[in-house]
Design a protein. Structure first.
Length: 427
């Protein structure tokens, strides 16, 4: 009995919850199976664990000291892109070799990757500028054995998401007249860094522009939707964007894994009928998982998106905008319902909207205390302070997440606003 609580039967584990849980487990197994089939056993071979640095360590150091040996290592590298004549071809190093400074220690980690700060020296119109980027590097040997496939999937997901975002913004402006709610996927890159410590002499990493602020994951590739963000303007836009991506491609593609800060997003995942976007692309199964949990918002209606059958994925008739009065109070109308026709305007969205202050749910261990601690690297928000401390006091190989039974490396205390982060953007 951890945490001093008493045993209680969990009345929340009804058929719908169990079905959702097993669907997500199935999605995880499918992703793992795809990784092994694509990349072999290396997909399961972890590299040695790395020591972490505080996420905000760079903020406390003068900029000129960030580029010294004790904090970062000076490397040289190239940006990598596919050939212009063959966008699906192998990535190639382009341009002149540039200096960069990669922090020696990662500042965050997820189930699959570490995240580092990188300072890249770029030339712009003859003037050298410093880009602040977040570099993500796999925790598994796959990154050293199969860099082309692994990184090209990252880039293809990001580029396609950018294209869908441009279409979404145009439709949003035409149908709703909103200029403030434009979504944006931050610039992303693949780098080849010279590193003598690697067998190949190179280190292959993905990189995205650093976004200041609190990161929030709004939905994932397995149908999960952040419950603490539901009802916010950011969540409504994210839900509508994913729905739009399916509608505008006539059911061929669906963009999920929407995460970032406000409407600046990063690290998306595509599901496609042809399953062309890597191991995270769950094809029709991933699409069904999304639409089983999706609830159309006033924005879905304002864009007149077509209804989708979550079991057959058939596209139906277009939704009608809610009456103006109803639109102001509605944020979660079921996707299959219809309403009377009227024009509506979606409320403008601030770039970094605050999450609502909601009371956290009960601890999953004692069922008594309030959830206030996040397990890392799995990202499950499931423990109260007391139970987290009890788990922390156990031997390292006994510290298991109560949800997924994965080893817990860190117990991260979070407040109401930060608890909306179910998974980090660094996964």
């Amino acid at each position: 009995r951890i945490g001093g609580g008493t045993y209680q039967s969990n009345q929340k584990l009804d058929a719908a919850v169990l079905r959702s849980t097993f669907s997500r487990l199935s999605a995880s197994v499918s992703t793992l199976r795809s990784s092994v089939l694509m990349f072999g056993e290396k997909a399961l071979s972890p590299l040695p664990e790395k020591e972490m640095e505080p996420e905000s360590a760079w903020e406390k150091v003068p900029h000129e000291q960030l580029l010294v040996d004790s904090i970062s290592q000076e490397l040289s590298g190239h940006i990598m892109l596919p050939p212009k004549e063959n966008p699906r071809g192998d990535l190639q190093a382009i341009g002149d070799q540039r200096r960069c400074f990669l922090h020696r220690k990662p500042f965050a980690m997820g189930a699959l990757r570490y995240a580092y700060h990188l300072w890249w020296k770029a030339m712009s119109r003859g003037i050298e500028k410093t880009w602040h980027l977040v570099v993500k590097e796999s925790k598994f040997a796959i990154s050293e054995e199969c860099p082309q496939q692994v990184l090209s999937f990252f880039l293809s997901n990001h580029r396609r998401a950018q294209g869908l975002a441009a279409e979404f913004n145009l439709k949003l402006k035409e149908e709703v007249g909103e200029a403030e709610s434009q979504v944006d996927f931050v610039p992303a890159y693949v780098f080849q860094l010279s590193d003598a410590s690697k067998k190949s002499g190179f280190r292959y990493v993905t990189a995205e522009k650093y976004i200041a602020g609190a990161y929030t994951k709004l939905n994932s590739n397995d149908g999960w939707v952040n419950p603490l963000a539901e009802g916010t303007a950011v969540a409504r836009v994210a839900a509508a964007f994913s729905h739009f991506s399916y509608d505008t491609t006539d059911g061929d593609e669906l963009c999920v894994d929407v995460q970032g800060c406000g409407l600046k997003w990063t690290d998306p995942q595509l599901h496609s009928r042809a399953r062309e976007f890597g191991p995270g692309d769950l094809a029709a199964n991933g699409m069904k998982l999304f639409f089983r949990s999706h609830r159309c918002t006033d924005l879905c209606r304002a864009l007149r998106l077509r209804q989708v059958d979550p079991e057959t994925l058939a596209l139906g008739k277009g939704l009608e905008p809610l009456p103006k009065a109803a639109s102001a109070s509605s944020s979660s109308a079921p996707a299959a319902s219809s309403s009377s026709s009227s024009s509506s305007k979606v409320a403008a969205l601030r770039p970094e909207e605050e999450m609502p202050k909601q009371q956290p749910a009960e601890c999953l261990v004692c069922l008594d205390g309030k959830r206030s601690v996040l397990c890392r690297p799995c990202g499950h928000f499931c423990l109260c302070t007391e139970c987290a401390q009890d788990l922390k006091n156990l031997e390292k190989n006994s510290r298991l997440c109560p949800v997924c039974r994965q080893f817990v490396d860190q117990f991260q205390p979070v407040g109401h606003r930060a608890s909306a982060v179910h998974h980090s953007t660094f996964y």
